[in-house]
Design a protein around this ligand. Structure first.
Ligand code: P6P
Length: 329
């Protein structure tokens, strides 16, 4: 990116399109729709307190979690926009138990898995929240899409990314050729490239974990956390940073270096985070940025999904920190 030049997300995607044989425009249109949805949700998130869409919607989602009004709105926004373009054959969302089959899109090429608004318990307290997406190609254009097309490993993702609604609103994504960050310029309502080719430092001094569950963690996690708290190898001081919003904790660690842990707990023996629309997209991004993501045994993106909303423990972040964590496991 030349100094003092503005590259918008739309420009960048159309430039990239010419480099990728598989992109005949439909993936670019999906990004256009995700971007528009992000701008609409950004508007609602920024005004939430003013137009009383804070608080619970009175329903619970498939996870048994209180659905916040903004959760529901975000889910509807993305589904409506993506359905209009006809480029997604189906959409898996954290907010819906079943797959949403897009009307009139039986011949569409792409499958989208998304968490329309992650970290929603932070909405009312004005902490950063985010939208997460993961995009696959269907396995075959010659036969109807089945569960097999949706339950692909993370290695098969063609794109993944998130929008973080924080101090600034950013759109961060990868299509397998590096990680790129775009910051929303409110004055022109364009996402402008601010972080070309993000790489996570190989080492960091931040560990992110909900220590409220410490006593329930497997011993290896406890050993690693204790090691960090005794200032690790006595050469550096480790800081605990945990916002309780995956996107916020992930984004900070991506830029500064660090490790995020969601271990198995009594309440969540398989971890709390969902494989298909939280851990896989984060794993694609972190590996593209030079980091690592595992479930404590294998790479997140090697896990063969068996259920739409299945959960997995997550260890993700700087390469050397994840490797040391594994030694302690
Ligand atoms: P806990 C938010 O609900 C979320 O899915 C992630 O965004 C976040 O990292 C995690 O759960 C927080 O979970 O159990 O620490 O409150």
């Amino acid at each position: 990116m030349k100094k003092n030049s503005i590259t918008t997300l739309n420009q960048f995607i159309s430039d990239q399109q010419s480099h990728f044989p598989f992109v005949q425009g439909s993936l670019s249109r999906i990004f256009r729709d995700l971007q528009l949805g992000a701008k609409m949700i950004n508007r609602d998130v920024r005004q939430a307190g003013l137009i009383d869409i804070l608080g619970d919607f009175g329903n619970t989602n498939v996870q048994g979690e209180e659905q916040k009004k903004l959760d529901v709105i975000s889910n509807e926004v993305f589904i409506k926009l993506l359905e209009m373009s006809g480029d997604c054959v189906c959409i898996l969302s954290e907010e819906s138990e079943d797959i949403h089959w897009c009307e009139g899109a039986d011949n569409a090429k792409y499958i989208l898995a998304m968490d329309p608004l992650d970290g929603s318990s932070n909405i009312d307290v004005n902490a950063p929240i985010g939208s997460i997406f993961s995009i696959y190609k269907r396995l075959s254009m010659d036969k109807p899409v089945t569960m097999e097309d949706v339950l692909q490993t993370g290695n098969q993702q063609v794109a993944a990314g998130y929008v973080i609604y924080g101090a600034a609103t950013m759109f961060v994504y990868t299509t397998g050729s590096g990680v790129f960050g775009f910051t929303l310029d409110d004055s022109i309502q364009e996402f402008c490239m601010s972080h070309p080719n993000i790489k996570i430092p190989q080492n960091g001094n931040i560990f992110s974990v909900n220590e409220g569950n410490y006593t329930e963690f497997p011993i290896g996690y406890k050993s690693y956390i204790d090691w960090c708290k005794t200032s690790g190898d006595n050469k550096k001081i480790y800081s605990a940073r945990y916002i309780g919003s995956l996107i916020a904790d992930f984004h900070r660690n991506l830029l500064k270096g660090g490790i995020y842990l969601y271990p198995p707990t009594n309440k969540a023996p398989n971890g709390k985070l969902r494989l298909l629309y939280e851990c896989n997209p984060m794993a694609f991004l972190i590996e593209q940025a030079g980091g690592k993501a595992t479930n404590g045994n294998i790479r997140i993106m090697d896990i063969q999904p068996t259920e739409l909303h299945q959960r997995t423990p997550l260890i993700i972040g700087s390469e050397n920190m994840v490797s040391l964590m594994h030694e302690m496991l």
